[in-house]
Design a protein around this ligand. Structure first.
Ligand code: URA
Length: 211
């Protein structure tokens, strides 16, 4: 599939940890820890462009002109439930971020995503928003989550994934070309059950040990 708009974060530490996360032998505890670590490393890359402003502090030796973040407020929006596995990693780097939650399930008849839970920061329209969904498969839930944020006034939206399928990237690119997608890997394809190949299996089950 050509012309996908996607940012692959190739940092060696992320790629190394992703290998272990994919491994079927990796248990729940280690999976969770690795996912949190990768989320923290990805947040470092995703926040690279945050604006800075000048400030001054006094060191033990004297005054120092320095930089600090210029107060751009961030909202982190995990899609339930697998998105929860990456939230703490992001919050370790951005502790002041507010966290909203979006829950969606797929209607068995229409196969379209249906919202069952939504709680967003009240000032969502003023925040830089990072939607978190480790596995971008068909793209249906992510597009629905972005629609939901935009309906609530969200403007600056990024999407943070761990592994994506080309099919899902295309769906999100087509529906929301303004949304930058970040991932650690673009895998081959989706299988007939909607799983990413080779992927890592069901991310929610692996995070919460519900297999
Ligand atoms: N969701 C997952 O958890 N894994 C996949 O491979 C696809 C969707």
């Amino acid at each position: 599939m050509t012309d996908l708009k996607i940012n692959v974060i190739n940092h060696p530490l992320i790629q190394h940890k992703l290998t272990f996360i994919r491994d079927i032998e990796t248990g729940t505890k280690e999976f969770r820890e690795l996912l949190e670590e990768i989320a923290m490393l990805m947040a470092y890359e995703i926040t690279r462009e945050l604006p800075l402003e000048d400030t001054e502090v006094t060191t033990p030796v004297g005054p120092c002109r320095c930089k600090r973040l210029s107060g751009k407020k961030i909202g982190v929006i995990p899609i339930l439930r697998a998105g929860l596995g990456m939230v703490n990693g992001v919050l370790k780097l951005i502790p002041a971020a507010k966290v909203g939650h979006v829950g969606l399930y797929r209607d068995p008849d229409t196969l379209t995503p249906v919202e069952y839970y939504c709680k967003l920061p009240t000032d969502v329209h003023e925040r830089e928003l990072v939607i978190i969904d480790p596995m971008l498969a068909t793209g249906g839930s992510v597009v629905a989550a972005i629609d939901l944020l935009k309906r609530n006034g969200g403007k600056n939206i990024k999407l943070m994934c761990l592994v994506v399928a080309p099919e899902g990237v295309k769906v999100v690119n087509d529906a929301h070309p303004d949304v930058e997608i970040y991932t650690a890997a673009v895998d081959e394809r989706l299988n007939d059950h909607g799983y990413i190949v080779p992927g890592l299996g069901d991310a929610g089950d692996r995070i919460f040990g519900t297999k």
